[in-house]
Design a protein around this ligand. Sequence first.
Ligand SMILES: Cc1ncc(COP(=O)(O)O)c(C=O)c1O
Length: 400
Amino acid sequence: MDSRASSRVQRFGTSVFIEMSRLARDHGAVNLGQGFPDFAGPAFAKEAAVAAIMADHNQYAPSHGTSSLREAIAVDWAGRFDREVDPEREVTVTSGATEAIFAAIQALLGPGDEVVAFEPFYDSYQPSAVLAGATIRPITLHPPDWTFDPDDLAAAFGATTKVLLLNTPHNPTGKVFSLVEMMEIARLCEEHDVVVVADEVYDRIVYDGHHHIPMATLPGMWERTLTINSTGKTFSMTGWKIGFAVGPAPLSAALRAVHQFVTFASPTPFQEAMATSLQTAATTGYYRQLARDYQRRRDALGQALEAAGLPTLPIGGSYFLMADISEAGFADDVAFCRWLTREAGVAAVPPSAFYADPARAPLLARFCFAKQDATIELAADRLAAVRHRLSQPAASSRRP
Ligand SMILES: Cc1ncc(COP(=O)(O)O)c(C=O)c1O
């Protein structure tokens, strides 16, 4: 990096995700690393985008989003959560959840402030905090069920704590926070007058009777919560980068104050298409089918990993599985993922990249199953081919 880059930016470097994607490309690996679907999104979304382009919805949208999409989001909230949301003042469309998280953090935190976040955490949280001059106070989640110590959490709150970042369903662990956990988090945030930035991008992808509970729906929490979501996850259109934030007018105004100078507005035809998609999905059983399809993919990948000698941890939501690599004989998860990409032709992501201190990461690897059945089958074949090497931990070739 150019030495003239700012000292904050110098800290970022190149992420392990970019390294793994490059390695996957170079070795023709099946990429189960990066979290994006390799299958087509729904036809109704694509048709609506084409129609919006042809109808000349091609100029800047209002900065806070098209009225069609903001209204569709408000209808969704009223139907699902029984919460009347004002689409004019309480819904803001952003360029993906990433931008909403960034804007929320810049809006709410300044130099010296602290943000509490459950670790492992999504990779944009830390740089967003650094650019605000703020610091993350990590609360470590412990496998296999990713619980946290309530005393650790209580101790993390202090005079400089301004925000708690909560991601549920959680990437990379697949944890869905329970009502008891959410109530404890909410109690502490009320007591310390802390705002919750709730990253709920996987809210439609939950399994086995798990229920996603939006933080904003707990008693007393609407007034102090900005809920962030991404239509990219729900409609398998991550490249469209249409995300949104829902929250009370004063918090929404703060977020918008940043958003107007980051992207100003998000692409108009894709907003129109997502408005139509939300309306269509509500009446066609789309969400039930989405969860069913992911359950099938989860089970297929889970079986393939188990068969290869990599048992997986249970998940409640999201489209990631964490596999236990502790018996595979590698010093750390980065070494394992490099080896798996090169030697097996299957790319995964080392979860240590999601820790403030990578040394705290348990020996796991994250696999994304937002993939076609054929992709998962190919990965299963390749994993089966290296099964014998995964069960011989002393092999020197596996210690790169
Ligand atoms: C937890 C979490 N938050 C936010 C995002 C970013 O979403 P978007 O692609 O809409 O920016 C992701 C994407 O992987 C994610 O996993």
